[in-house]
Design a binder for this molecule. Structure first.
Ligand code: HEM
Length: 125
């Protein structure tokens, strides 16, 4: 099995699950925050692995795919940072920034997944 599409699928599922958990814990299910944090940190690790693998294989992996993965990595770092700040303060601005960044992250992961899928589907020389 190819590692990159598997990592991408896990990250996409994780972002969707974490958005659902984030909204649910904000709606009162506070016990979900620990699971939410766990998925967030694990997701960051997976994105880091994917981006490092992409950079190591530059020349074989198209530059736009590597750039897309790097943008997702930066968004994931920002998301974890905003999340950790939210644990200390319940500022509405912080919560909104964390929510907005979640949608950016979702868009970034979808674009990266589409680019990866297109590369996998392309005929091999
Ligand atoms: C993939 C990563 C993540 C995504 C997609 C995500 C998404 C979300 C969303 C959509 C919300 C609800 C915001 C709202 O209702 O306006 C939320 C809330 C929250 N998130 Fe995250 N989050 C992620 C990672 C993290 C991490 C790593 C932490 C902690 C270190 C964290 C801490 C929080 C906290 C404390 C809340 C508020 C929950 C509450 O008030 O009960 N998040 N998140």
């Amino acid at each position: 099995m190819k590692v990159m599409p598997l990592l991408g699928a896990l990250v996409l599922l994780g972002v969707i699950a974490n958005m659902a958990l984030g909204f649910a814990s904000e709606a009162g299910y506070a016990s979900l925050v620990m699971v939410h944090m766990g998925i967030g940190y694990l997701g960051l690790l997976l994105v880091l692995v994917a981006a490092v693998m992409g950079w190591q294989r530059r020349g074989k992996v198209p530059t736009r795919n590597i750039l897309a993965m790097t943008v997702v990595l930066v968004l994931a770092i920002v998301q974890v940072y905003l999340g950790s700040q939210l644990l200390e303060s319940s500022s509405q601005t912080l919560l909104l920034a964390h929510e907005a960044n979640a949608f950016l992250l979702l868009a970034g992961v979808l674009v990266t997944a589409a680019l990866t899928a297109r590369r996998q589907a392309a005929p091999k020389p």
